[in-house]
Design a protein around this ligand. Structure first.
Ligand SMILES: Nc1ncnc2c1ncn2[C@@H]1O[C@H](COP(=O)(O)OP(=O)(O)OP(=O)(O)O)[C@@H](O)[C@H]1O
Length: 369
């Protein structure tokens, strides 16, 4: 988990140095003060250099500054890892982990598992399949040690096959070889994804029973294969069309999670508010799976009050207090937050730290300051 974070010239933070609680951290501040930017910095470190709010990553660097710097101390059991990253508007130009220089930030993505609940999380239900694939592969990356090597082989096979297809006249023997590689690795990845989704389903049932018992949701792997078809069959069937189009239409890279409610695809049935609850439920369902492999997640929760009605928000906060994972949550003001805490026994019981941000300046708050 993240024990300390320092920022330099990141968004509206000229300088920041924050020591975090291993359980709950509440970030208070007016609109535009820098709450989301703080969560975004943590997400950037844990996700291999991504942002959860879209837009151009070059904007992460404070206006007028040459580069943003991020430094994190991540504790894992007794050990503390020290990670420093510098990002210019053009890209990441320096990374240091415990004095060594990794090739890419994605290489150290296992260090700090981060999950975020934010206004665009709902896209997990309504958005493109790539988001759901990334979501399930994130979980498998952290809990299934076999996943990453198979995924790398599959991704290399896909690249080679697509390059051959793009020539327009691929050598059949060469294509046959890559077909076999892609089919085998896709079968293995889908097997892992199926087991993962089964485990995720149990987590989802448990979360939704707290959060929104009225919602009944099932998740399945959707492969795009025809009935009883293998990947080898599908690649053979689609081969002439793949050659015409110049890319592979079957494989692990085309799968999706089918999210259903009472037998209907969820995106065609749920209201936006319900879909938000389902998206949050899916994200939170990953937590027990991460716990099972002895890891702790850092959960970033942005703007919950704006996203959920009071009843669901309180249920959600009660649930968040019980996960055992490190949580950062943003809220507008202290009286509002304290009123929420008053209503919520689980929140009162958990050890927490509170911070106030104003114009990119953060200070710790204590008690009823
Ligand atoms: N590259 C940048 N350089 C300087 N300031 C920036 C940069 N990018 C964003 N900002 C500013 O940083 C401020 C903080 O934005 P942030 O989204 O973190 O606020 P917030 O506290 O989450 O607000 P809200 O409650 O409205 O969501 C905003 O005023 C924004 O205009």
């Amino acid at each position: 988990m993240l024990s300390r974070l320092q920022l330099g010239d990141f968004r509206n933070y000229r300088q920041l140095d924050i020591a975090l609680s291993p359980s709950l951290n509440v970030i208070l501040g007016d609109n535009g003060s820098g709450k989301t930017s703080l969560l975004e910095a943590i997400y950037f470190i844990g996700s291999g250099g991504r942002s959860f709010r879209g837009g151009r990553l070059s904007r992460l660097v404070r206006d007028g500054a040459p580069a943003a710097t991020l430094y994190a101390e991540v504790s894992a059991g007794e050990k503390i890892h020290r990670l420093g990253v510098r990002r210019t508007p053009g890209g990441i130009d320096a990374i240091k982990l415990n004095g060594e220089t990794p090739r890419a930030l994605s290489e150290v993505a296992g260090l700090l598992p981060v999950l975020a609940l934010h206004p665009t999380s709902v896209e997990l239900v309504f958005g493109a399949s790539a988001l759901r694939r990334r979501f399930m592969d994130w979980g498998m990356f952290h809990v299934e040690h076999e996943f990453m090597p198979v995924w790398r082989t599959a991704s290399a096979a896909l690249k080679q096959r697509n390059a051959l297809l793009r020539t327009g006249r691929p050598n059949p023997r060469e294509l046959g070889f890559w077909d076999q590689q892609l089919a085998q690795t896709s079968d293995r990845i889908e097997g892992l994804r199926r087991s993962y989704l089964q485990a995720l389903q149990s987590g989802l049932d448990a979360v939704l029973s707290h959060l929104a018992p009225e919602l009944k949701i099932r998740v399945h792997l959707q492969t795009g294969l025809q009935k009883d078809e293998s990947y080898a069959d599908a690649l053979a069937r689609l081969r002439p069309d793949d050659i015409r189009r110049g890319f592979s239409q079957a494989g692990y890279h085309r799968s999706d999670i089918r999210i259903e409610t009472r037998g209907v695809v969820a995106r065609d049935r749920l209201s936006r508010g319900q879909a938000k609850l389902v998206a949050y439920g899916l994200v939170l369902a990953q937590l027990p799976l991460i716990s099972q492999v002895g890891k702790v997640c850092t959960l970033l929760v942005d703007d919950l009050a704006a996203e959920l009605d009071e009843e669901h928000r309180n249920q959600m906060l009660g649930y968040l207090a019980s996960t055992g994972h490190q949580t950062l949550i943003t809220a507008l003001d202290q009286p509002q937050w304290e009123a929420v805490v008053q209503q919520n026994k689980a929140l009162r019981a958990i050890e927490s730290k509170m911070f106030h941000v104003e114009h990119g300046q953060l200070r710790p708050l204590t008690g009823s300051e």
